[in-house]
Design a protein around this ligand. Structure first.
Ligand SMILES: O=C(O)CCC(=O)C(=O)O
Length: 278
């Protein structure tokens, strides 16, 4: 079966068929996947059967893997796999339940944030539990030149604790090791190293403030940017099927999960997170 790439929306996303990620990809196959990843920012691979080892091996071809700060959610034998799960074993949840219920890009609270993430659905709800994605490059390109010039050169503070301290969803706060990571600073506009496109690099989850602005200005600008990036007409909504592996570019997108399902609907996912070494 040959590799096929079908775009999902005019702005982002493509479905890739003809690839079995459970076995090592040839260099030619990997190059085609890599090109599609850079072009579309998000790739959906259906009907995969991925062991932790295979997921790690495929993800590592993009760069070194990061270990999530919430260690209890990582797979014991494979700490590079972060579990997003509401499934309980011996009364204990198997990973982080209802993770990411706010727009974010993964691990922007780290000094070196993430290049991309691969989320693999082992068990998904019959309905609900979709994931939403929006392009930060498209967001920048649809701002006025005056706004673009104002943002370019600014710096923002990102903090892991922000998502849990009422910055986003207060319900997600309980029991998280809030101070594991000190605040870090990143440019508000970053140039994607592979596409050359400028991307807005702030998010609702982890961005606390824009350093160079007064607090009220910062709040207003961040609020506007988050709203602008995630307008309904630019959002891709991924409806999960068991066996889906979704790879996204954290340098070019923000995403959020939707907790419209309950614990009676098991949702169990394995995520690998690739480091941005540029
Ligand atoms: O569960 C999801 O759909 C996404 C979770 C999330 O935000 C993440 O893995 O970063």
């Amino acid at each position: 079966m040959s590799l096929e790439i079908k775009p999902i929306t005019p702005i982002l996303g493509a479905e890739v068929s003809g690839v079995d990620l459970s076995r090592p990809l040839s260099n030619a196959e990997f190059d085609a996947v890599h090109r599609a990843f850079v072009t579309h920012s998000l790739l959906v691979f259906r009907d995969q059967n991925l062991s932790p080892e295979a997921q790690i091996e495929f993800s590592r071809r993009f760069g070194p893997l990061m270990v999530h700060v919430l260690k209890g959610a990582n797979l014991e034998d494979h700490p590079e796999i972060y579990r997003v799960s509401n499934v309980k074993k011996d009364g204990k949840t198997q990973g982080r339940s209802y993770a990411g219920q706010y727009w974010h890009s993964d691990l922007t609270y780290e000094p070196r944030p993430s290049l991309g993430s691969l989320l693999y659905g082992l068990e998904v709800p019959e309905f609900g539990g979709d994931t939403l994605f929006a392009s930060t490059a498209h967001a920048f390109e649809t701002l006025s030149p005056t706004m673009q010039a104002m943002l370019d050169g600014l710096t923002a503070e990102h903090h892991f604790a922000h998502a849990f301290r009422g910055g986003a969803n207060p319900a997600a706060r309980k029991g998280d090791p809030l101070d594991e990571r000190p605040p870090v600073r990143h440019p508000v506009v970053r140039t994607h190293p592979e596409t050359g496109r400028k991307c807005v690099f702030v998010n609702e989850g982890f961005t606390v403030r824009i350093i160079e602005l007064e607090p009220k200005e910062s709040e207003a600008v961040l609020g506007f940017l988050c709203q602008h990036m995630t307008r309904s007409q630019v959002v891709l909504r991924h409806r999960w099927r068991t066996g889906d592996a979704v790879l996204w570019d954290n340098r070019a997108l923000v995403h959020r999960a939707v907790d419209d399902y309950g614990d009676d609907q098991p949702r169990h996912m394995h995520r690998t997170t690739i480091e941005d070494t540029d």
